[in-house]
Design a protein around this ligand. Sequence first.
Ligand code: FAD
Length: 590
Amino acid sequence: MMTASAALGGATWLLRGTLAPGSARAAEAPPGFPAGLDLYQGVYENWSGEIRTDALWTCAPRTAQDVLTLADWAHSQGWRLRPQGHRHTWTPFTVPDAAPADTRVVLVDTTAHLTGARLDGPDTVRVQAGTAMEDLLAFLGGQGRGLTSCPAPGDLTVGGALAIGGHGTAIPADGEVRAAGHGYGSLSSLVTELTAVVWDAGAGRYALRTFDRAEADCAAVLTHLGRAFVTEAVLRTGQDTNLRCVSRLDIPAAELFAPPGQAAPDRTFAGFVDATGRAEAIWFAFTDRPWLKTWSVTPHQPLGSRAVGEPYNYPFSDSLPEPVARLAGEILSGSWSLATVFGNLQYLVAKAALTGDISDVLLSGGLIRDLLDGDTLAHLLADGLRSDLWGPSRDLLLYVRPSTLRETANGYAVLTRRADLQWVVSQFAAYYQTLLQQYAARGEYPVNGQVEIRVTGVDDPAWSQVAGAQPPLLSALCPRPDRPDWDTAVWLDILTLPGTPAAPRFYRDIEQFLLSTFGTGDRSTLRVEWSKGWAYTADAAWSDPGVIGTAIPASLRATGAPGWDEAVATLDRLDPHRIFSSPLLDTLLR
Ligand SMILES: Cc1cc2nc3c(=O)[nH]c(=O)nc-3n(C[C@H](O)[C@H](O)[C@H](O)COP(=O)(O)OP(=O)(O)OC[C@H]3O[C@@H](n4cnc5c(N)ncnc54)[C@H](O)[C@@H]3O)c2cc1C
């Protein structure tokens, strides 16, 4: 059976992180580089492959002290340091695409050595920045501790997830009382203490500074987009719980995303969130029934629910079935209109693998039936059904492996009243569907992936249990003090294969709609999801000067409250020489 990477041009991907023959230009070694620190050259390539550089100088410090040594060296030589975790970020915060070999940057890989975790108190964990989220959750689970929600992949570093305000999906279900140590916002909101490398003006050198969560400066460093270097953090945790995750693919989008009052409440997205507090909709392009997952706190294994003892329980999504890979390969080689088939294929694969229901496949004809032949269906069903899973929280909260289909994504959070959750998803879904059809009518297929919708709360400093704690100023979930009623964030992402024609233009249309619908008025506000695509022109993400220079700063300002300007000023003060910055951060954070 052909593997996904082979079908999608594995040759490029196999070169990840290595020197592509003939592509590298010789680069002078960084002058006066500190002795005793390993230095090597490596290509920086992000997970989606959309950022790929020449071989850049890279170092993997063994200790936080090594990072200080690096910082003083970088300052003295006029070089920059770019902290690097698992490179899962779509946004070019670390380095720009095609950065040449002579870029005066040293990548600082935290994943090799800065990976320790230990309990810091009965309900806090001290964790180094390069620790993978999967390792952190496994460590916590071993201590009977856990998080309410977290990003879906496990191979993200804690430093990377804090930098961009990593999140999962959870708000309190109807009647749910928050358990001590748990929160419903970003990972950053759980920080009680954090250590970063900052400029010490008195000493004239960089120093490690530990920020207590109640310190004003801490608020800027909790989510900092890579404009600082965090070496470790202490996080509040809660008692671990078991979760049950139920998947269904039978509710039409017209009901799930219906305008408020136009469908039975218990079949709407808001209704499912009310019932369990934790939901995600994955809506493949050109299909009419999303894959809906709900998680509920369930101490004991329910009858009929399959017990799991490890994460990543959707093998059909982590290791693409051969027909899906083959069709993706055909799309990428120019058959863009196959997006309509691709969405349906992914839906049918998910339905078969999750529920065992292959009736739709048997009824379909043409290409779908050819692709999903008997062997493929047997293979999909061989793993056993996955629509009702139960186990320790981490095994249900981590469900995306790096081997999943490599797509690009835009991302936004709409902050609103909980009562307006269904209004938000219905407005978005209606516009998205109409736009997709308009493009298709013109023979354009910018989206061949899926819409993903999740819901969290906004960051409440009280969850850290530190008296006087401040919210993370740059988190998309930073609360608006003037709008305490906006307690809910609806996360909206649209995914498509990298390089799909017209995708930036489509994303721009979506962004302009979101800004005008949710970014103004008294019902909601719009924030960008830092790690994904935003600020679209018709040709590219992270490019629209109006969004970068005006809309984004405005979205994080609130009357009379600290916010964008204070965060930017604080980060500048902590690193006045801008050794922890990049071209995009120089443009954005000013
Ligand atoms: C398939 C996929 C699924 C995803 N799902 C989710 C999800 O469910 N929820 C979610 O919130 N996000 C999600 N993300 C985004 C992801 O959480 C972020 O991109 C995160 O920053 C990645 O962590 P990383 O270790 O790969 O960091 P990198 O991509 O290496 O770095 C990200 C940024 O953090 C900075 N950084 C890294 N380490 C440090 C440090 N120690 N100190 C200071 N700055 C640092 C980098 O300089 C860079 O600016 C997903 C990404 C992918 C590719």
